[in-house]
Design a protein around this ligand. Structure first.
Ligand code: HEM
Length: 304
């Protein structure tokens, strides 16, 4: 292959990397805003997050954007690795021509390595959350509450006898908590005329009719992954490791963005001296704030 063809193909690759990289930065902002809801505690926070996850899974535009995101990640990673490989092969020529190594930061030279670590992070991250949400078994959003209800009447005094009975409520996509089971005080087992079918749908066992649709409890999956489970008792013994690996990955992401953000704008032609400093500073702010906010989520869940 001639040198000009190599140059052309590596310029095209750089453009694609810049486009996909900036698109992925937008994805990061959107993903962060959604995940910040994990700081919102209690049943209301759990509900807000699960409703949000349901919306993300059912909205057509978001679905399309998700596929664009997956493709962008693949394109960005493959192009980046090919570019690094090409640069390595052409290095002696490039050193002599423009001393690339002299003006590239250490982050620049490590971009391929940092990117590969991020790719491994994304793959494992998607197995743990996205994979479970789409293909795994996830508990549904239910709530158990003890309610003081009349259970009998004293035949002598006529007084109503009350007792605490535990009821299970099913959060429906219509926004109501539907009572669907109760704990029999004698057998201590939950009894119900209804059952869940097709993952999220509640059916009446007698009529076989659908009663309501519910939400997958992704919130509890995330909480359980980084710390305690929804009931606050079951502790994930390996949560510390997950939190540590997430924090390290966010530091890696930060270094990757420190170089990548400004470099993408440069590739797309915004090289005017007036903007260079602004882009560099915005890029630096983005590279620090976004990964730090992401890292704060597992740390908060673990230590709270
Ligand atoms: C550290 C805090 C983070 C938390 C708590 C978190 C949580 C989640 C959850 C719960 C999902 C599943 C959503 C669903 O399937 O509906 C998800 C999906 C995903 N996450 Fe994260 N995430 C974090 C950071 C990141 C970072 C830093 C990246 C990228 C570098 C990332 C990339 C992705 C991708 C690509 C998906 C699939 C998105 C889609 O299907 O549209 N996440 N994340």
């Amino acid at each position: 292959m001639s040198k000009s063809v190599i140059l052309k193909s590596s310029i095209a690759k750089k453009y694609w990397m810049a486009f996909t990289g900036l698109f992925l930065c937008l994805f990061l902002v959107g993903h962060l805003l959604g995940n910040l809801q994990l700081f919102y505690a209690g049943e209301e926070g759990r509900r807000a997050f699960n409703e949000y996850a349901y919306f993300m899974q059912h909205n057509l535009l978001i679905k399309v954007m998700s596929y664009v995101t997956y493709l962008s990640i693949l394109f960005h990673a493959i192009d980046g690795l090919l570019l690094a490989f090409q640069n390595k092969k052409a290095r002696p020529v490039q050193y002599a021509m423009n001393k690339a190594s002299a003006n590239s930061s250490s982050a620049s030279r490590q971009m391929a390595l940092l990117g590969s670590i991020i790719l491994i992070f994304i793959a494992t991250h998607m197995v743990n959350f996205w994979g479970k949400m789409h293909f795994g078994e996830i508990p549904l959003h239910t709530l158990t509450k003890a309610v003081n209800v009349p259970i009998s009447q004293d035949p002598n005094t006529g007084q109503i006898v009350k007792a605490d009975i535990e009821f299970s409520y099913f959060l429906t996509t219509n926004g109501e908590y539907k009572q669907y089971a109760y704990k029999d005080p004698k057998t201590k087992l939950f009894e119900s005329q209804m059952e869940v079918r097709e993952e999220t749908k509640l059916f009446d066992k007698n009529s076989n009719l659908e009663v309501a649709e519910g939400y997958k409890d992704l919130h509890s999956v995330v909480m359980g992954f980084f710390g305690k489970s929804a009931n606050g008792n079951d502790v994930n013994e390996l949560a510390w490791l997950a939190v540590l690996l997430y924090t390290i990955s966010m530091a890696v992401l930060s270094f990757h963005l420190m170089h990548g953000f400004a470099s993408a704008f440069q590739t797309l032609g915004l090289r005017h001296p007036r903007y260079t400093a602004i882009i560099k500073n915005v890029g630096m702010g983005f590279a620090i704030i976004v990964p730090a906010a992401f890292a704060a989520i597992p740390l908060y869940i673990f230590f709270k």
